[in-house]
Design a protein. Structure first.
Length: 273
């Protein structure tokens, strides 16, 4: 049995951050053919909900680069490799120095999701706060209320490219942190930033899921740096035409553009859907 894993932004989603009807129909055909598939994204479950609302992915879904898993069959979470406030103290100071607003995602003891953030300082942080505030099962709180015993899944932010790149460099000085950034897909003048524990990645998560599902091979699709770990561990890896050059070089092959249903068109041809 093959297990297919799709990155979302820049891979399975179109420019409107949605699944096209062509892609949704292709996924339904995969399901009917008995081919297993899932998503492996840097987004949180909440941030991905609206993007993939057009289709029900039936198996465990991997979010936040492996920190967060979601099972749609029983609405349950798994979480791996948490951070603690003491591990991110210097990182939060770096955010303040760069005048970028961090959003610290936490899992409460009762299973609820809370996000703590520094004062909002512009359109980009306003956009994140507005998007997060639209979720019923997630609440926003001032960073001053962050408990020293908080269980942290990740830190997210958006900022000017040069500021985000500097924050990534700062995170690389800490062996317990992994930082990913990127931009240009939806907002050319702004980069997104995601920070989580260095022990979490898409690759190791997919290998765990492979064993659990009894899959023989894992075939993955992606476009960015956070996809390289699953490129390294998979049997086959495909980069979209819009992918970063070094991601294309790491791929088994390059397929079509994310905004032209590149993944779906490849799947229809490969599996005769």
């Amino acid at each position: 049995m093959d297990l297919l894993a799709f990155d979302l932004d820049g891979t399975l989603l179109n420019r409107q951050q949605r699944l096209s009807e062509y892609t949704c129909d292709t996924l339904r055909r995969l399901d009917a053919a008995g081919i297993a598939y899932t998503v492996a994204t840097g987004r949180t479950h909440f941030a991905a909900k609206a993007c993939i609302a057009g289709h029900v992915f039936p198996h465990w879904q991997i979010f936040k680069n492996g920190v967060e898993w979601w099972n749609p069959s029983d609405n349950s979470y798994r979480h791996r490799n948490f951070l603690t406030p003491d591990l991110i103290t210097e990182t939060l100071l770096a955010f303040a120095d760069h005048e970028v607003t961090p959003f610290v995602f936490c899992l409460d003891q009762d299973g609820s999701h809370k996000v703590y953030h520094a004062p909002l300082n512009g359109n980009l942080s306003d956009h994140i706060a507005n998007e997060l505030g639209s979720h019923d099962l997630l609440s926003l709180h001032p960073i001053e209320e962050l408990s020293p015993h908080a269980v942290i899944t990740n830190i997210s932010a958006m900022g000017k490219p040069e500021l985000v790149e500097s924050l990534v460099a700062s995170c690389q000085q800490h062996t317990h942190l992994t930082a990913y950034s990127g931009g240009g897909i939806y907002t050319p003048d702004a980069y997104w930033l995601d920070i989580h524990h260095s022990n979490a990645c898409k690759g190791s998560s997919l290998m765990e899921l492979k064993v659990e599902m009894g899959a023989e091979r894992v075939i993955v699709f992606g476009d960015g740096d956070n996809d390289l770990s699953m490129f390294d561990t998979s049997d086959e890896a495909f980069a979209t035409q819009n992918a970063l050059d070094h991601v294309k070089e790491a791929a088994t092959d390059v397929i079509g553009h994310h905004d032209e249903d590149g993944v779906a068109r490849y799947l229809r041809k490969r599996y005769d859907l």
